[in-house]
Structure formats: C-alpha cells, structure tokens
Design a protein around this ligand. Structure first.
Ligand code: SAM
Ligand code: SF4
Length: 464
C-alpha cells in the first residue's frame, strides 16, 4: 500500500479495514443502533460498519424495516425520474470494466453532433422526461467544455410537444478548479462523478492508463468542484471492484469529509458492474456481491445519511429495483439507453453496459403507482436556488416535504395529461387525489390544488 497516499487522504483505509474485520453485531447492539437511526440524525462510521456486519436474517429484516421507515419519513412516497443521455463513447482511458475503454476494438465510436444531441433529447422529451444526466467518455480533443456548453445550451432551448428538459445533471470526468468554474456557468444541476473504487490498490489495477489512472485526481474531484463553487454534487462507488463493505464505508467517509469542507453530497449512487460488450472483466468482476448484501448496504447508507438522495439506475432488474426502491432510493432512471444515439439517431450503437430493466417510462410510472409511490418529474430546487447547504437546511427541518409534494403532484399531472395512455391516467389520477388529501398544511394543500387546476387549464412548469 502506498503510505504517502494513506497519510494524505481523507480515505483512511486502515480504519475501514479495522471496522469491517470486527465480528458480527449482536442482536442487542443492533437494536440499539437501529433505535438511534430512527431519530433520523444519521450514524457514525463505526455504527454503519456494525450494521454492515449483520449476518443474522432476523436482524437484517429489522434493518430493512428501519430503512423503509426512515426513507418514508424523509422522502414520503415520491420517486423522481430521469434518463441518461450519452453524447459520446470516445474515450482516452482504459477502465477494464467499460465498453468505451480505449483498447476495445469491438465497438463503433460516435461523438454526436450538437444537432444529434438535440434529436436524442427530443426523443427523451417525447417520453415525458424533464430531467436528464449527460455523459461522455473522457476525450479532451473533441468533447471538451466548448462542446459541453454548446450541447447543454441547445438542449435547454429545445422544445418538444408540451415539454422541455428542465434540469441537466452531468457525469463527466473530473476537471481542474478553473474548468469546474466554467462548467458551473452552464446551468448544470448535479455534478456527478463516481470514484469507481476507493480502494487504492484496486483502483490502480483497474485503471491502467489515461488520465483516470491517477487515483488522487479523481478522489479530489469534489474538493476542486467545491472550491469552484459547485454545491450540488453526486458521488458513488462502482460496486464489484472491491469489497462492498469497504466501498460503502469509504463512500460514507467521503460524504462526511465533503460536509466538513463545504457541502455534503446531494446524492449517492449505487451502480454495480454489468456486462459490457467486448469486455470479459465485466462478466466476472472480482468483488461481486449478492442481492442480499446489496439491499443491506442500501439500507445502511439510508440510515447513515438520511438526507442524502440515493440514485438507482436501470442496471438492476425490475424485481430487485422494486425491493431496493423501498429501502431508500429517491431517484431512479427509466427507459435508459447507454449508447450515444440510443434513443433515436443511432439506435443500434454499442451500449456502455447492459441494462437489467428495459421497461418504458410509462410502464415504470404504472408500477410506481401500483406500489403506492408518487412519480415525480420535479426540477424545482435548483431552479429556485434551494441547493447545497440551503437544500440541507430545508431537508433537515422537514420543510422539504412542503415544496416537494405540490411539485411532484404538478409535474405528475403534466405527465398524465401530455404523455400517458387512458388507463395510466385513471390510475395516476387516483394517486394524485390520494396524495392531495395527505398534504397536512391547509395552505400547501390549497396551493397544490391551484397548481393542478392551472395545469388542467393548459399551464405548464409550475413549481414552488
Ligand atoms: N467517462 C467518465 C468517467 O468515467 O468519469 C464519465 C462517466 S462514464 C460514461 C459513467 C459511469 O459508468 C462510470 O463512472 C462507471 O462507474 C460506469 N460504468 C462503466 N462501465 C460499467 C459497467 N460495465 N457496468 C456498470 N457501470 C459501468
Ligand atoms: Fe472512459 Fe468513463 Fe468508460 Fe472509463 S468509465 S473507459 S473513463 S467512459
């Protein structure tokens, strides 16, 4: 292990290894930690480690139950929906798990022109999405910041049917402080980057060349983003590379550190490695975990950082998504394509990885409704400046419900009127009626009703 790194970083590998090597937690102790978790004030790293060490089925069920309760207490029944938009699969890096890796000769490379990106965005809009995450390979020559600025500008200006993209999150390779400052002027929602693995030795092995081979450059991306004034940030490991307990604790350590230096992460994502064309490694990653362990770690994150949103992608199957969403997820992607052009312009281009849930957005909406959730297409917070610490203040005092519920209802109503089939409309209207009666504050209920009526009259994009 590289001692220089160990001494200089906020990821304390020795501490993490020590915590996960401890014995299975006893029933009484687990109950004690879960009781504390029910206060929704989070957990220490030590407590999170103890929960990750649960093996007993009965205690595990208690953990799942606690996570469900906290999730509902903080996020209600709302689930925010989004879709990824891949602009390019050209990459100078060689990540051993990714289909876009430089040495993969089995794929056709594409950098979408700005006009093609708009076509893709319009195809996403036609489904009813209002929020996207924009992704590219790491390639400075052709897909640098000028390209990103142009495509974001054009996506925001584009209109299709009654809709538009109202929030663009970005997942691109880490930048310098100066470049992050520039990125921050483009109107981004969340800047997201995954560390892939926090385990340095593993990191070096799976990122053999290119700029991404530098562990610290990636690990310190959020330090630079915060220094540049970006305060809506998303982190996450790519599960499958190193031990899941290690990655979970390191992610929580990263979150705690970010909170200390400026602002904690707005979201934590929990991607797992999936099959990637022409990449053998992806079919047998070194630290694959069971679905049971996956559910465990999602529950632990939910309890450890109750106010941090959690994102689940279409990498997982419908069945598992159903279970995981209940345990702590606040945002999901739906009807995703992971290839540049996949929605419309180059439908057959190679995907970055195989998705496990290929249902349409409408199927996803129906399923959420049938399971008692309220699908939300809300993009309000960042557009009214409720971001970073401000967002956290609202979230921690419970005020966020006040805004989220009317906004979720309004954006779901738009979806039903503009994109849904009759059967979905009937189901969705019932969900809306039910949630409307559940808004406790009379003035907010009144406001929600007003917004819904205005949408029936033809108004769009109402939010508080
Ligand atoms: N190229 C940039 C980077 O790596 O930072 C942007 C993000 S890349 C397009 C999006 C993410 O896809 C990566 O951060 C990685 O976690 C994930 N990914 C790559 N290969 C994958 C695979 N085989 N299965 C699941 N996720 C994968
Ligand atoms: Fe390139 Fe990102 Fe894929 Fe790595 S994960 S090969 S950096 S696109």
């Amino acid at each position: 292990m590289d001692t220089l790194i160990k001494n200089n970083t906020f990821i304390d590998e020795d501490k993490i290894n020590d915590l996960i090597s401890k014995k299975t937690v006893l029933k009484e102790r687990a109950n004690e930690i879960l009781n504390k978790a029910m206060l929704a004030n989070g957990l220490t790293l030590e407590e999170s480690a103890e929960l990750l060490n649960i093996e007993d089925e009965e205690i595990l069920e208690k953990l799942f139950k606690a996570a469900k309760i906290i999730k509902e207490k903080i996020y209600g029944k709302r689930i925010v929906l989004f879709a990824p938009l891949y602009a390019s699969n050209v990459c100078t890096n060689n990540c051993v798990y990714c289909a876009f890796r430089r040495d993969n000769k089995n794929i056709e490379r594409k950098i979408l022109t700005p006009a093609e990106v708009v076509e893709e965005a319009k195809a996403i809009m036609r489904m009813g999405h209002k929020r996207i995450i924009l992704l590219t390979g790491e390639d400075y020559k052709d897909t640098g910041l000028d390209y990103l600025q142009e495509i974001m500008d054009r996506i925001y200006k584009a209109k299709e049917l009654n809709g538009e993209i109202r929030r663009i999150n970005v997942n691109i390779a880490p930048l310098s402080v100066e470049d992050f400052k520039r990125l921050n002027t483009f109107g981004i929602g969340t800047y997201q980057v995954f560390q892939e693995t926090y385990h340095k030795e593993t990191y070096v092995k799976v990122h053999p060349s290119g700029k991404k081979a530098n562990y610290e450059w990636r690990l310190e991306a959020m330090d630079r983003a915060i220094e540049a004034g970006i305060n809506d940030l998303g982190i996450g490991p790519l599960f499958g590379l190193a031990d899941y307990k290690f990655e979970t604790l390191a992610t929580l350590m990263h979150a705690e550190y970010m909170d200390k230096i400026g602002v904690g992460p707005h979201t934590i994502s929990v991607p797992r490695i999936e099959h990637a064309q022409g990449v053998e490694f992806s079919d047998n990653p070194p630290a694959q975990m069971s679905d049971r362990d996956f559910k465990k770690l999602v529950s632990v994150i939910r309890l450890a950082v109750p106010y941090t949103g959690m994102v689940l992608s279409t990498r997982e199957t419908p069945q598992l998504r159903r279970e995981i969403i209940e345990l702590g997820i606040s945002q999901i992607s739906a009807a995703s394509q992971t290839n540049p052009g996949g929605y419309h312009v180059y439908k057959s281009a190679t995907s970055q990885f195989k998705t496990g849930d290929n249902r349409s957005l409408e199927d996803m909406v129906v399923e959420l409704c049938e399971h008692g959730f309220l699908p939300s297409f809300c993009t309000s917070c960042y557009r009214v400046g409720r971001v970073g610490r401000k967002f956290m203040e609202h979230a921690k005092t419970g005020h966020i419900h006040t805004y989220c519920e009317p906004n979720a209802l309004a954006t779901f109503k738009e979806y039903l009127l503009d994109y849904a089939a009759e059967k979905t409309k009937l189901l969705g209207e019932k969900v809306i009626a039910q949630h409307l009666t559940e808004i406790e504050e009379p003035e907010m209920q009144e406001l929600a009703k007003k917004q819904l009526n205005a949408i029936i009259q033809g108004k769009r994009d109402l939010h508080v």
